[in-house]
Design a protein around this ligand. Structure first.
Ligand code: SF4
Length: 258
């Protein structure tokens, strides 16, 4: 599933993104999907490099705009499995507007958000998911903003499948990605990742392995977000899975009327 004739990837040693990308490739392989029926779309950032390494139809687009390109691809060919790979900055800052409207429309696109809590590729600036008080290149004394919860944001905006896994929770990542790809509607999988180079170093969190251990220690596998709040841990699970009219089907019905 990977382009072996390409140069090696540019992710730093210990970055969680490779684990997440592998899960996506395994999900596609397990589902036995035709490569010609897949289109991976990405924006800009460390996460978005993934599109260049897959041996599928891929489009590497502009910062924050992956969902707009993906919407065009899906409307032009509704039979394609369109998968967006994006990051926390790409999806919830520059592309935040596009994310909420894609959720609202319930268009059949799978969006995997690699959330490493920081802008990695551009030098470690804080993002909309950087925890309060954590440090970043642009927050040397600590971040005073409150972070977005990507799953709560997506569910509230209308996404019909919402889940969270991580670079530690590999089995869940594989399972949720498969479910998201087969879901007929807008699906979001927040894939919590680790950035040892910027987030780890700026916050003195230790090695790449220590960061993965932190994800394990700070999370709980449960679909019940209220239960997770009692433990003050990040829930790993499926938080929304409902069936509602899908955008390209509704669009087709409208066009057929005229
Ligand atoms: Fe991964 Fe961070 Fe390096 Fe980007 S900067 S490749 S997120 S470790």
């Amino acid at each position: 599933n990977f382009r072996t004739n390409r140069l090696p990837h540019i992710w730093c040693p210990g970055c969680g993104h490779g684990i997440l990308m592998h899960s996506i490739a395994r999900a596609i392989e397990d589902l036995n999907l035709d490569k010609d029926n897949i289109c991976i779309v990405s924006g800009i950032g460390c996460s978005s490099r993934a599109s260049g390494y897959f041996d599928y139809n891929t489009i590497h687009t502009t910062h924050g705009r992956a969902l707009t390109f993906a919407t065009g691809v899906k409307l032009a060919n509704p039979n394609l499995h369109v998968i967006v790979i994006t990051g926390d900055g790409d999806a919830t800052a520059i592309g935040g507007n596009h994310l909420i409207h894609s959720c609202r429309r319930n268009i059949d696109i799978t969006t995997i958000v690699f959330n490493n809590n920081i802008y990695g590729m551009t030098g470690g600036q804080y993002s909309p998911t950087t925890p309060t008080d954590d440090k970043a290149t642009t927050a040397p004394y600590g971040n005073i903003d409150k972070p977005f919860d990507i799953c709560e944001l997506s569910a509230a905006a209308g996404a019909t499948f919402v889940a969270r896994a991580s670079a530690y929770h590999v089995n869940q990542m594989l399972s949720y990605t498969k479910k998201a790809i087969m879901h007929n509607g807008f699906s979001v999988v927040e894939a919590v990742s680790s950035c040892p180079t910027y987030y780890g170093r700026k916050n003195k969190k230790g090695s790449a392995v220590d960061l993965i251990k932190l994800i394990k220690e700070n999370s709980i596998v449960t679909n019940d977000t209220n239960k997770a709040k009692e433990t003050d841990k990040m829930p790993i699970g499926i938080f929304k899975d409902v069936t509602l009219p899908e955008y390209t089907n509704e669009y087709k019905k409208l066009v057929e009327k005229f």
